[in-house]
Design a protein around this ligand. Structure first.
Ligand code: HEC
Length: 120
């Protein structure tokens, strides 16, 4: 009886959990690539955690739509901006934490984040 319980625990809970976690990001990414606003979707899924006006993880990241947060940042050189995100910066992990994202998707996420700010 105990063995049966343990087997169903694996079958019903643990295996779906593991495979669910492993497969979902890729499914979502292909949906993102086909969508009309990939930058916003990537932002919501990977960047908002730290960059939202009310971030779930408050690490001092410049926030979406908060011009004062961006005043000290150099937004003029888009390539350098991408590189800093690519390499990681301070508390931000490399590639903003989205290792499965393509360069194009990450650039779109940066554009989304930047375009929602009034600073130059
Ligand atoms: C774990 C939190 C976290 C996540 C997730 C995160 N960031 Fe950041 N980000 C930060 C922090 C903190 C900074 C400020 C780093 C510093 O100035 O030392 C930052 C800075 C930036 C900057 C400004 C860089 C500059 O040159 O001043 C950009 C652009 C950026 N992030 C884009 C992104 C994008 C795009 C994503 C999602 C793909 C993302 N971040 C995900 C924490 C995060």
């Amino acid at each position: 009886m105990k063995r049966l319980y343990r087997m169903s625990l694996w079958g019903l809970i643990i295996i779906p959990l593991i495979s669910g976690a492993a497969h979902r990001p890729l499914d979502q990414l292909s949906q993102v690539q086909d969508s009309e606003q990939p930058g916003e979707l990537i932002y919501q899924q990977y960047c908002a955690l730290c960059h939202d006006p009310n971030p779930q993880i408050p690490l001092g990241a410049p926030r979406l739509g908060m011009a004062e947060d961006w005043q000290t940042r150099d937004l003029s050189d888009r390539e350098a901006l991408f590189e800093r995100m690519d390499n990681g910066m301070g508390a931000m992990p490399p590639r903003g934490g989205c290792f499965e994202c393509s360069d194009e998707l990450l650039q779109a996420a940066i554009d989304y984040l930047i375009e929602h700010n009034d600073s130059p």
